[in-house]
Design a protein around this ligand. Sequence first.
Ligand code: ACO
Length: 324
Amino acid sequence: MTDLTSVIIGVGGYLPERILTNDDLCKVVDTSDEWIQTRTGIRQRHIAAQGELTSDLATAAAKAALANAGIEAGSVDLIVLATTTPDKTFPATATIVQDKLGIRGGAAFDVQAVCSGFLFALATADSMLKSGLFKTALVIGAETFTRLLDWSDRTTCVLFGDGAGAVVLRAEPQNKKKPGGVLGHHIRTDGSKQKLLYVDGGVSSTGTIGHVRMQGNQVFKHAVTNISSAVVEVLEMTGHTISEIDWFVPHQANQRILDGVGRKLGIDDAKLVSTVELHGNTSAASIPLALSTSVSDGRITQGDLVLSEAMGGGFSWGASLFRL
Ligand code: ACO
């Protein structure tokens, strides 16, 4: 154990104003509110306005997290932003957020692990803080994911939405008797499964943005297996058990995946934070959005032990354990 830990001192979220309900989607593709709700638990999703960029969503979430932490943007010396939908091919959206927040020092960069992006970004920032390289980090998940959708493909377009969430992490001396802050991560990828969930375009392949393509039932099967194994790994690594967890804050992909993982791991339903109904799958944004919702409504309070997990394109997946 190192002498430093990374403590989450603030959380924040942002959802664009416009809401697209399942009934709205029925006017676009052959689907129904009943099919979508039964298969996914999703009722509605938010859609970024024209001209509203991933960096705008990220900046709004970051400002909310900074306000929640009670610190000024100027004390942030690291921004790690997880996104699949950057404003531009370069520079990194994190640097655009750095500028929008008026931060003139430190470093900012993006991480790309699709729906697992927030956990990969958290692991990256946590390692950098614990090594003493930086002191205060913004870890952001932000997506205008609906811009990657093929609105004629009902198997994908009903699932996703736009949004952003952020946490402020600060390096603090570790209390060795009662370890706090970020306790451990387990992150993994398997590139051999990329054909099950991918975007059929890109800068060096087609020169176009492309659209999301997915074999949903295969993704579902792998998601429950991979997530469950990552959770077991992170619990073993940190010496905790599932019954000690106060809150389970998973990537909000689909209610059936959340329930499947919960059942497999024996997680009490009352400990599950689910917000997927209200914003669909917001990819890298969904974990910090769910965290922010459950902190602001008073469910998660200081000292609670929180387990988080995600799975996404790549395949990429992981789990994280932290004490708020
Ligand atoms: N509305 C109505 N019918 C639909 C729709 C729709 N939106 N989409 C598919 N269908 C039809 C199919 O055409 C098929 O019809 P058929 O039987 O006549 O051929 C039928 O519904 C069943 O299709 P399946 O693909 O077998 O449906 P399934 O029960 O697997 O549910 C779903 C699909 C919801 C996508 C599910 O596979 C799933 O949740 N997968 C996980 C995918 C996911 O969450 N991906 C997000 C990214 S990865 C992550 O974040 C974890």
